[in-house]
Design a protein around this ligand. Structure first.
Ligand SMILES: CC(C)(COP(=O)(O)OP(=O)(O)OC[C@H]1O[C@@H](n2cnc3c(N)ncnc32)[C@H](O)[C@@H]1OP(=O)(O)O)[C@@H](O)C(=O)NCCC(=O)NCCS
Length: 184
């Protein structure tokens, strides 16, 4: 499994000792405001297992973020392959989730750029997308900062969100490998 070092972070596979802070992150209503619901600890355990399985299977996945200065686990950033037949699926998404006390430092921007580099260079992907509900301005700002572009023609109703739920509509941002190469 791949591990990276950026200026301020270690991006690495999840370790058993990450479980408590990871579950706390997924239980936090402020962090999970734009999702259907916070996760139970059982859901967090299944999620953590699935993350490391994806690293083994695909050579990429969501990386645990560890601050180099404090050695604290602060969240995750990385790539996730979505199956599915209705656009934008199948696709590879760049995504993130960070403990509130770590917001506002550019950590996810730093990790997101490294994840894109891995996706286009080592993993050979042609396009990477990111999506969220329109109101998630903090996440949309990360998408902008790392070079993704909103494509309103590809906004979509998320099939895993119930019809009529206010979180069903999603905005889609994307970047191609050519655009990434040109921007570097
Ligand atoms: C989305 C989320 C990861 C964004 O976190 P964030 O800390 O705002 O994002 P970044 O790490 O890129 O940091 C950017 C902020 O740090 C500031 N910053 C400080 N130093 C910086 C640096 N070196 N580089 C970039 N930004 C820096 C920026 O100005 C910006 O601050 P602002 O919000 O006041 O404008 C976070 O809000 C989160 O976890 N939300 C809940 C989960 C979620 O919604 N995930 C996405 C689902 S699609």
């Amino acid at each position: 499994m791949t591990t990276f070092e950026t200026n301020r972070l270690i991006m690495r596979p999840f370790e058993v000792s990450d479980f408590e802070p990871f579950a706390a992150l997924n239980r936090d209503p402020m962090v999970m405001e734009h999702f259907l619901a916070p996760l139970t600890d059982d859901e967090s355990q299944r999620f953590m297992n699935a993350i490391n399985r994806e690293h083994d299977a695909r050579g990429y996945g969501l990386w645990a973020l560890e601050r180099k200065d404090t050695r604290d686990f602060i969240g995750f950033t990385g790539l996730h392959h979505h199956d599915g037949a209705t656009p934008p699926f199948p696709c590879v998404e760049v995504g993130w989730r960070l403990a509130v006390d770590a917001w506002g430092n550019g950590f996810v921007t730093e990790a997101g750029l490294r994840a894109l580099d891995h996706g286009f260079d080592a993993a050979g992907l042609e396009e990477i997308v990111s999506f969220t509900i329109p109101a998630n301005t903090r996440s949309r700002a990360v998408m902008d900062r790392i070079g993704l572009t909103h494509d309103p023609t590809r906004d979509f109703d998320h099939p895993r969100v119930p019809i009529g739920h206010p979180h069903r509509r999603h905005v889609l941002y994307r970047i191609t490998r050519d655009e990434w190469d040109t921007a570097r």
